[in-house]
Design a protein around this ligand. Sequence first.
Ligand SMILES: [Zn+2]
Length: 250
Amino acid sequence: MPLSLTVLGTASPHPGPDRPCSGYLLSGGGAEVWVDAGPGTFAALQRYTDPSRLTAIWISHLHADHSADLLAAAYAFAFGGMTPAVPVPLYAPQDCARRLAGFLGLPHLGFLKDVFDFRPLYDGHDVRHWNLRLTARAVAHDSEAYGLRAESQGSVLAYSGDSGPCTALTELACNADLFVCEADIDRHHGGEQVHLTPEDAGHIAQEARVRELLVTHVGPTLTRESATARAAAVFGRTTRPAVEGDIRGI
Ligand SMILES: [Zn+2]
């Protein structure tokens, strides 16, 4: 199994008991990448790895439910004894450094420079990280947002981040072994489409010919079970809910 995905959190839009917001630990090819830092996921991450050993952090977008625990990590790295050997590469939208510094009241980046190596994402960002290939595509959301494709030795994981239906997402998921896809909303209400219904998730998985769909980021108007059943009815292949603590070999 070249890749392994640990589900740290799936909740939207706020964490619950034993249910952090979005976050995953992606391992493989010598890398350990924390993908999305939703509130609660830094605590969960410590069940599975020593955070000082992370080789990178990858943030889909800067909404709080995907990024707030960067603050927890910054304190752990700087003041908590979980000091990484070098600043951790932090792939995130351009504004990440300024936002974190602003929240912390730092006039410049201050200690953040010692713990994070900020590397801005852009559409088509494609990096070899250890023996992983990480590709980002800009997706349809109401802030700068990216989906992720991770490949190692022929195994492919795709992750939607937060997105409405868009061609980039289907392309990103093309022939993925595992597609971790949001299904945040019960239905669209007109206007800009910035999230997916379960049917959208199933349709994109089908169009992209993925092997398996993992339904995540299910919003408060749905249940994990109902969202998964609705997505499965459209996709027609293996569809499961993402559940905290799941560890999936890919
Ligand atoms: Zn979200």
